[in-house]
Design a protein around this ligand. Structure first.
Ligand code: 5GP
Length: 206
């Protein structure tokens, strides 16, 4: 198991067979050491690829994206899920169904922050059915910029997002790919590996 898979086994909680809760290092409390390792691993996997901007979507992608932007020395832009009264710029927009919020959001990036010709590395915490990543690749295309690659911390390989993005020709790198989660046996199976017992279970401390 790699460092991220190990963290998932030690600290993640399987909710049903589709949702992995990793609130204590990625989605609520943020483990900066893990974020830094994720950014370094992503930079290594995209070695030789030109990147002028990091793009993510609020909220949980921002921590990884910040570390990655710091390694590349380029700006980070996060797409917004809600419009606010101070968002007066023209925007690129795309619809995205939110798996965790169970609703369709219009995600947006203000036009000044994504320019034609930019080489954009897109990053997020999870890839499930690919709605969030499809919205971001769509926004990059609207801007006349290019997707350099897509870096994901946790891909849920049992959902369609990974195959959808790879079939469209995107260079997709996921640090942990889950093939199966079983909340009855409380085990998780990463791509090409044997099932692993999770250390934590919903309702129990450890
Ligand atoms: P997609 O758009 O690929 O269907 O879903 C990806 C988005 O949904 C991610 O940005 C992530 O926030 C959220 N998500 C999807 N599956 C999970 C999951 O199992 N656990 C958590 N914590 N978030 C998820």
């Amino acid at each position: 198991m790699n460092f991220l898979e190990q963290h998932i086994v030690n600290e993640g909680i399987i909710l049903g067979d589709k949702v992995l809760k990793v609130d204590n290092f990625l989605n609520h409390q943020i483990d900066i050491v893990v974020m830094k390792q994720l950014a370094e691993e992503m930079k290594c996997r995209f070695a030789g690829v030109e990147v002028t901007k990091i793009l993510t979507i609020e909220a949980s992608g921002i921590a990884i994206a910040t570390m990655l932007a710091s390694l590349y020395g380029v700006p980070l832009v996060f797409a917004k899920k809600e419009t606010t009264i101070n968002s007066t710029d023209d925007k690129y927009t795309a619809e995205s169904y939110s798996f965790t919020h169970q609703k369709t959001n219009v995600v947006s990036v203000s036009k000044p922050y994504l320019q034609a010709g930019e080489k954009v590395l897109i990053v997020d915490d999870f890839l499930a059915d690919g709605y969030a990543m499809s919205a971001l690749t769509d926004i990059v295309a609207q801007a006349g910029a290019t997707v350099s690659g897509i870096g994901i911390a946790i891909e849920k390989g049992q959902q369609k997002g990974g195959s959808l993005l790879r079939s469209k020709g995107f260079h997709l790198e996921s640090i942990a790919i889950i093939e199966r989660m079983d909340h009855i046996s409380n085990t998780i199976t990463f791509k090409g590996q044997e099932p692993q017992p999770m250390r934590r279970k919903i309702g129990l401390c450890k």
